[in-house]
Structures are given as C-alpha cells and as structure tokens.
Design a protein around this ligand. Structure first.
Ligand code: TRP
Length: 464
C-alpha cells in the first residue's frame, strides 16, 4: 500500500509536467463531452434507433450506458489519472506497481492503435458533413426527391478529389488543434466549440418543435414496443454505448491522464455520460420531427442524415438556413471527437520516443492522411480493391469496431477490475460511499467483461 501510493505520487508529478493538467474540472468535462458527442450521437444514434424500431431500443441503450458504460468510463479515466501517461505507458506503470505482467501495456497499445485507425476513417465521414455545408448553403437541396437526394450523396462519394479535400481539411484542423497542446489547443477549442454545439442543437430542436410533429417524435423515441426487440438489438445498443462514450480506444484514458487530483472521477464521468445521452436524444428530437413532417421514413439506416434530411431541408420553410446549421453542428461534434481520438497516439509518440508534440503530430498526420486516402478511394476508383470481401473503409470500420474495440475494452475492464488492487481502485476513483464503490467494482469484474464478450461473440457470428 505504502509502496503503491509513493509510486503514484512519483508518476503523477513526472508527466503532469510534460503535458500539463486541465485548468479546471469544467474544461475536462467539456473536453470529455466533446469526445463523447460526435458523429455517433447525431448521425448514428438517430439512424440505429430508427432502424431498430424506436423506444424499446432507446430504453435498452440507456440501460447499457448506465450499467456498463459509466463504470467503464470511470475505469478508463482512473487508469489515465493513476498512470499519468499515454494509455500504453499508464497501463505499463500501473501493472508494474501492482506486480502484474508488463504485457498489460499491450492492451493500452491496442487502444492507441484502435483510436489511430478509427480517426483515419472518422475524418472521412466528418468530411461528408463539411462537404454538405456549402451544398446546403448554395440551395442544392431545393426540390430534392428520394432519388435525386440519393444521387447527390452518390455524386459526393464518387468524387475522390472533393472527398480527399474535405477529409484532409478535417484532419488538418484536428491536428492543428492538437499540435497547440493541452491549454492552447484542446482547451481553447472545446471552450468555444462546445457551447456553439449546444446552442445550434437547441436552435434545431426549437425549430423541430414548430413542425407539429414533435409529439410523434417523442412517441417514436420514448414509447417502447418490446415486440421490436431482439437479442441482436440489445447487442447493437451495447456496442453503440461503447462507441458513443469513446471507450476502448484510449481517448478517455488520455484525457484522464490530465485530470487534476481531487476531482471526483465518478461525478465527472456521470456528468459526461448524461451530457452525451442528452445530446443523442436531443439530436433525435431535432431530426425525427423534420423527417415525419416531410413524410419521410425514419428507418432508412446510414443515409438518414445525408440522404433523408436534405430532402426535408429542401422542402421546408427556412430549410436552407436550418440545413447549414445542422451540418455545421455535425462538423463541430465530429471535430471535438476527432481531437480526442488523436490525443492517445500523439501522447504515445511524444512519451515513447521523446519527440516534440509538433513532430509527433506531423508523423501521425502523414500516416493518417495516407490511411484516409485509402478510405476515400474505397468509395470510388478503389471500390474493387477488397480485403476479405470488404472495401478498405468497411474493413477498417469492421476491424476496429468489431474486433479491436471489444478486445481492448475487455482487456481494460479485466485490468481495472482484477489487476489493480482494491486499495488502488478505492484511492483512485474517489467514491466516498462504500456501497457504491463495491457495486462499481463488482460491475467491472463480472457483468462488464461478460457483456463485452457477448457483443464480441455476436459480431464474429457465433450466434449465427
Ligand atoms: N464518441 C464519438 C462519437 O460518438 C466518437 C469517438 C470519440 C470515438 N472517441 C472515440 C469512437 C473512440 C470510437 C473510439 O462520435
């Protein structure tokens, strides 16, 4: 115990100097919320809710966030703060202190790599949002039908130059922010971008409330029809809970590494999860009334935001303005997430090789850009190049979401629940009440690993 706490003090001071700490717990909450709120909330949550029948799915999703998501989020922030390094370094240091195998750092390394790969295609999708801003502005949505809207999106995907330009701009913005460091880069960005995001969201929900279909959207989101629920829906909900909180990819560990001592990990994590869920639900309340008011289908899948919504923007009053605001909001949400997804690899490069932040950004930026190029080309000229029957973009998405994230997540919960000693956990997590601490610990040790294994078995097709 005494050996552990002195080691913690040592690790704490060593690298908080290298990277600095968040200036306050509120900036951390803003940054972590910025990480959590992204394409997952505004693009993915509404369409998977639509495709999985609405209310019942939402209920299961909320349960997943509460039961698995929050405890895991707390665990990741805890590992970061306790280790005070990039995910791989933090896990190595903590494993050493606990007398466990150094190989645990591979779990952190896997998380860093996962985030890195995710960013390469996340930036491509964020690029679509960027491309849709001028489209909305110039009135390209006016008079769109289901076919012509599909064709408009198809045209974008078929245009490698435009896609490369947009993805590169997103990457450039992300890395420029990250290059400026914790205080001048990340903190400054989230201080401006997050309030902007919330204001835009509220404007859009306010507009949706005037369409006359708000009640119908509420019903769609909150009235549960359990006949629409299947085992698979439950697993989709759990997988999405991971994605939306940005777990298992090092992002929250890296952000946790800069969290000042004395800030309650439990309270901040709960706040972040509430904000993230709130934004997802509000995004649904902004999108579905517009979809219903224009006689469109909520269950179309990934095209909901890029194909269905533009049709609505093209035929509704103030559609041009609302369309621009919507895609600006989507872009901001994606940008604050992209920043967090890149931080673990930047921190890893600087700490592992002792290079400057700028050098780390340039190195990883180059590789990221090449990878994003692969994703871009897989929608057009490179569509025939496939790995295991999937395009480059789909393979990366599949590999990271279905394999790397569950494996990394599993490793992380096992580490947090079984390797770290109870005294370390208790000290680190800062939950005053014994009962809540024990519940948290129990969740990490049993239900969380089990649930992740189930998701994993489902995605690799064990259940058919
Ligand atoms: N949570 C973000 C979203 O909902 C995306 C994100 C941030 C993410 N960090 C991540 C996704 C790490 C996977 C892994 O869009």
């Amino acid at each position: 115990m005494s050996q552990e706490s002195s080691a913690a003090g040592y690790a704490g001071s060593a690298s908080s100097v290298a990277h600095g700490l968040w200036s306050s717990r509120w900036v951390f909450i803003l940054a972590a919320t910025g990480s959590a709120v992204g394409l997952g909330n505004i693009w993915k949550f509404p369409y998977i809710t639509g495709a999985n029948g609405g209310g019942a799915f939402v209920l299961v999703y909320l349960a997943c966030i509460l039961v698995i998501g929050i405890p895991l989020l707390m665990a990741e922030v805890m590992i970061g703060r306790r280790g005070r390094k990039n995910p791989a370094g933090a896990m190595a240091a903590l494993a050493k202190r606990a007398g466990a195998s150094r190989h645990w750092r591979m779990v952190g390394g896997l998380a860093v790599l996962t985030g890195f790969l995710i960013l390469s295609f996340y930036a491509v999708v964020a690029g679509w949002a960027l491309a849709y801003i001028p489209a909305a502005l110039s009135g390209s949505f006016t008079g769109l039908t289901a076919e012509s809207s599909g064709a408009l999106f198809g045209e974008l995907l078929a245009d490698p130059l435009k896609l490369v330009l947009c993805a590169s701009l997103v990457l450039l913005a992300t890395l420029a922010i990250v290059a400026c460091g914790l205080h001048k880069g990340l903190e400054r960005a989230v201080r401006y971008l997050m309030p902007g995001l919330f204001i835009l969201l509220l404007i859009l929900v306010g507009y949706a409330a005037t369409t006359g279909y708000f009640g119908r959207a509420l019903e769609f989101l909150f009235v549960a029809d359990f006949s629409k629920l299947s085992g698979e829906t439950v697993l989709v909900a759990l997988g999405h809970a991971f994605f939306t909180l940005g777990l298992a990819s090092g992002a929250m560990m890296a952000y946790g590494a800069y969290l000042p001592e004395g800030t309650s990990i439990a309270k901040t994590s709960i706040l972040v999860a509430i904000a993230d869920t709130g934004v997802a639900l509000l995004a649904g309340l902004a999108i579905f009334p517009i979809v219903f008011a224009n006689g469109l289908e909520p269950g179309v899948g990934p095209g909901l935001v890029f194909v269905t919504l533009p049709i609505a923007f093209g035929q509704m009053p103030f559609g041009q303005l609302i369309g621009v605001l919507f895609f600006v909001m989507l872009l901001i949400a994606a940008l604050t997430s992209a920043i967090s997804i890149s931080e673990p690899s930047i921190a890893w490069l600087t700490e592992r090789f002792g290079i400057s932040r700028l050098k780390a950004v340039l190195t990883s930026g180059g590789v990221l850009w090449l990878l994003s190029l692969g994703s871009v080309l897989s929608f057009n000229v490179g569509a025939d190049f496939t790995l295991f029957g999937k395009t480059f973009f789909d393979s990366l998405d599949y590999l990271t979401t279905n394999w790397m994230m569950p494996l990394g997540g599993l490793g992380t919960v096992l580490f947090a629940g079984w390797v770290l000693q109870q005294t370390t956990q208790r000290e680190a997590i800062g939950i005053a009440s014994d009962r809540w601490f024990l519940i948290w610990r129990w969740v990490l040790r049993y239900p969380a690993p089990l649930a992740i294994m189930l998701v994993f078995l489902q995605v690799i097709g064990v259940f058919g």
